[in-house]
Ligand binder design. Structure first.
Ligand code: ATP
Ligand code: MG
Length: 139
């Protein structure tokens, strides 16, 4: 295990519902350190670029619209094994299947409006961190 950085986004649904504080509280209690944070209002093009890996999928258009529908909080989190640990406490993509206590079980409403994003591998973390915070992908 080693110290890693990962990118998280508190998505527009969770920001609109007033859950920024609740989510950060859980992240901090799980020993994630916030290395950078920025409120963003993504354009549709920026959302498409961020989720480019999903281009062509049936939900891509709707996802890009959703992610550009309002303010979101983008953060770089640092900690031991941060990438996998964040994915664990987020829970599954579809909140209906998410384990009790996970962020998506607590705050997501649908498979699309699922409250939080987390990088899924070291390579995607590097791309996603550099998308919002160029240079910070290098530990
Ligand atoms: P994220 O990348 O946001 O952390 P994830 O890795 O759990 O989520 P992905 O498969 O990468 O899931 O999908 C990216 C996002 O696209 C999901 O978080 C969700 O908002 C949306 N999405 C995924 N699958 C569907 C679907 N079948 N219908 C609607 N939206 C979906
Ligand atoms: Mg993903």
């Amino acid at each position: 295990m080693s110290v890693e950085r990962t990118l998280t986004i508190i998505k527009p649904d969770a920001v609109a519902a007033g859950h920024i504080g609740d989510i950060i509280k859980i992240l901090e209690s799980n020993k994630f350190v916030i290395a950078a944070a920025r409120m963003v209002s993504l354009s549709k093009k920026q959302a498409e670029g961020f989720y480019a890996v999903h281009r062509g999928k049936p939900f891509f258009e709707s996802l890009s619209k959703f992610m550009s529908s309002g303010p979101a909080l983008v953060m770089v989190l640092e900690g031991e094994n941060a990438i996998a640990r964040l994915r664990e406490i987020m829970g599954t993509t579809n909140p209906a299947n998410a384990a009790p206590g996970t962020l998506r079980k607590l705050y997501a409403t649908t498979i699309e409006h699922n409250a939080i994003h987390g990088s899924d591998a070291p390579e995607t973390a590097a791309f996603e961190i550099s998308y919002f915070f160029p240079g910070l992908e290098l530990l």
